[in-house]
Design a protein around this ligand. Structure first.
Ligand SMILES: CC(C)(COP(=O)(O)OP(=O)(O)OC[C@H]1O[C@@H](n2cnc3c(N)ncnc32)[C@H](O)[C@@H]1OP(=O)(O)O)[C@@H](O)C(=O)NCCC(=O)NCCS
Length: 210
């Protein structure tokens, strides 16, 4: 969707930026990994298909995506944005009759960045964005039964198991957004800042570094 085409979300470790054409080559490299294909239940795509996919994430009203960047690295003016890419986080509005239901997907593609708090931080940031900007009231995550790290992360974020599909070897976790969830999330991402992406690209000194 176009709502976030010039939005930057600033967290502690990560900044989230809209998925642009310039990110596609690195994204395509990531998705050649059999491990990531398996963990994210994705099929390998050609480079052209990946460009088409980027366009569809931008144009289609049921999809919202951000690329996750290492904030510390991105703040250095000499480092290319592509070199700061860590992964992506997406919301997919799966039910045309209920736009308040969202499937959440997160991928920390760079293995050296896993287990450092990026996944939890960006998931919370995306949930906050989904609730406040897209009107999401229920989040779902569909995760491979073998992916214990991801299952554990979503459970830490208060998601509950609602079903298991043995055919697809996948569990569905869900979180209904009530007042207490909303309040806790807002506390957890209290420092998150929403900025103008293009302006911040030329004013990186405005970022709050640790
Ligand atoms: C799953 C994933 C998003 C988690 O992100 P991450 O940045 O590695 O995780 P974080 O450091 O934020 O940790 C979040 C939680 O995950 C769990 N976790 C992280 N690393 C773990 C490990 N090595 N073993 C077990 N649990 C782990 C913990 O519950 C942790 O919470 P805690 O820090 O409060 O204990 C990330 O590892 C990833 O993208 N992996 C590859 C692709 C993938 O599996 N995507 C999900 C598809 S559904």
């Amino acid at each position: 969707m176009k709502i976030n085409e010039n939005t930057l979300l600033e967290g502690h470790r990560a900044v989230l930026v809209p998925y642009n054409e310039e990110h596609v080559p690195r994204y395509h490299e990531w998705m050649k990994s059999p491990e990531l294909q398996q963990l994210t239940a994705s099929e390998p795509l050609s480079l052209q298909q990946e460009y088409d996919m980027q366009k569809s994430w931008r144009e289609d009203n049921d999809k919202c995506t951000f690329i996750i960047l290492d904030k510390q690295r991105w703040a250095e003016p000499s480092v290319e944005e592509e070199q700061c890419m860590v992964g992506d986080v997406n919301i997919f509005l799966t039910d045309p009759t209920d736009p308040s239901l969202a499937e959440l997907e997160v991928m920390i593609a760079e293995s050296s960045y896993r287990g450092r708090g990026f996944g939890k931080e960006v998931t919370r940031m995306m949930m906050c964005y989904g609730i406040t900007k897209l009107g999401v009231k229920t989040f779902q995550a569909k995760i491979g039964l073998d992916n214990q790290v991801s299952i554990s992360m979503f459970k830490k974020l208060q998601f509950q198991e609602v079903s298991v599909c043995n055919v697809f070897k996948e569990v569905t976790l869900e979180l209904a957004v009530d007042e207490s969830v909303r309040t806790k999330l807002q506390e957890d991402v209290a420092d998150m800042k929403e900025r103008d992406y293009k302006q911040t690209c030329s004013n990186k000194h405005e970022l709050v570094l640790q």
